[in-house]
Design a binder for this molecule. Sequence first.
Ligand SMILES: [Zn+2]
Length: 265
Amino acid sequence: MQLKLTSQQETGLRPLLEAAQRTEFYGTWLETIATPLSRCLDLLPHVECRHFDENREAFRNPRSGRLRQPEFRYPLQPSPKILMLLEGFQRSGSVRNVFDLGPSAVAGSKADTLAAPVSVLRSMAGIAGPQRYPIVAFTGVRHGTLTEADRELFWKSFRVPVFEQFLGLSNELVAEECEAHDGLHVREEETIIELRGGELVFTPLGALAYPVLRIATGCAARPERSLCPCGRAGLRLMEIVPIAKERGAHDVRGAQKARGAAAAW
Ligand SMILES: [Zn+2]
């Protein structure tokens, strides 16, 4: 099935491909940027998180400036005081980063709620106690998935709902849970999502300093395009679950084989 892009995605994809062309990793893959751009994207291999981490310099775009850290967006407004337990977001007024505080300050924190990777929330479940506002659980390529058992544990421990945020390699927001708690809304204006051989693969359009296309998530998901009970339209990811796999850092042969079977949403 041919990958279909929105006009906004098409516009965002060109500068990303041009940035990728300047990197060591994509130099040979992208000698020319041919149209349609979706076809160009379709010829690229998918990239595992580990491969990116181990070969970071190969993905650097020498003509781009410093990597800009993403802003953390709390799902409800106005934002309460948040204790952030994940490094790599921009500093902001409502967020106290735990990495700026000593251990004793964490225990005495006056924050209203927590934002942390799902694994950190699991280990804090018996310690942190009830929160005043919904917690944010980070999942995604570096943090895994959030299960129903996690939701029950967090409800019992923190006494507030949880909002899941699915993050990419550098904390960029790929998909987020809304107040309807019915799947995750994909940020389609900033991300291209594909399902390849059953695996969720995404391309963050804004990653011009370190362009990485078709990032493998290790997860499967069901795409849903019906109107969400919250009133928002667009693509949602339902039932995100880890998939078992054994393969190399970036499986080029697998990518070529899967190309015929790749489905685009
Ligand atoms: Zn919604």
